[in-house]
Design a protein around this ligand. Sequence first.
Ligand code: ENP
Length: 265
Amino acid sequence: LWQGEGTTADLQEVILGRCYNYIRVVNPSVGEKNCTAIWNAFRDAFIYRDPCSVTDRDYQTFISLSLHSIPPNKALFWEKNKQLVHSYSDTGRRMMPLGETLIGWLGDDLTWCGNSSGEGLDSVSCPTTAECENNPVESFWRIASSTYANLSSGVIQVMLNGSVSDGTFPENSFFANYELPYLRKDKVSKVQIWIMDDIEGPDVESCGTKSVAVLQQILEQKGFEYTCADNYRSVRTLQCVDSPSHPACLCSSSASTPNLSPHHL
Ligand code: ENP
């Protein structure tokens, strides 16, 4: 028995449904894709197999079948703020983080792994990263991440969480290990870092301090042009949708503007 959750129920139907939804409704601009072949290649990476010996390479066919380009200036990397990222990116309309490309879309929030009996899928439990790194989910996100970083171009965004206590730029993260090393100097013109604190705080890390300074130093060493902004206004405005009267959400001009009430209309 593994420590992680078992394979998501109806995995085949979920993946096939997501695939058709993505190519026909969400983002038809990726062009024709063979969703059946994509499912078969995905399944063949782990079905009936030892869930601790699935590597990035086992997903190669799956990746090449589902690959598409990422619009320039739309790549968005992130750590520890998934919800904020996705409300900002708006299903690829504003930005296209990995989870809004076809590959990431297919795997998002699912669990899957194989075993040697029955249908070849373990519906009871799957290994966690602590149990083994070469598990089907971890290997999937590793190759998805490095492929995505390799395809990113133009101005790219990195949205990090300035309120966490275990590192705004964690050393042991997909971003640090499988994305940053794969960014291409010949394709990426600039890296824009946004350090977003939770509205309620705390303000643990900022541009130029602690782990963010480490990231800035790495980018400098690699020769990438970059900027860093604390609580970037556009994204802060989105956070304020849920906390409109928090002091951090009141800007000086609107403080003196009376709220429109029926009386004024
Ligand atoms: P978390 O821990 O906040 O969120 C992980 C959740 O988001 C999981 O439900 C996972 O699906 C899904 N997810 C979407 N994209 C990724 C991903 N890309 N990834 C791992 N999980 C992903 O996120 P992390 O672990 O900090 O990962 C953020 C990374 O995603 C950053 O590198 C960012 O740039 C990248 P599931 O199937 O695991 O349940 C790479 C690794 O896009």
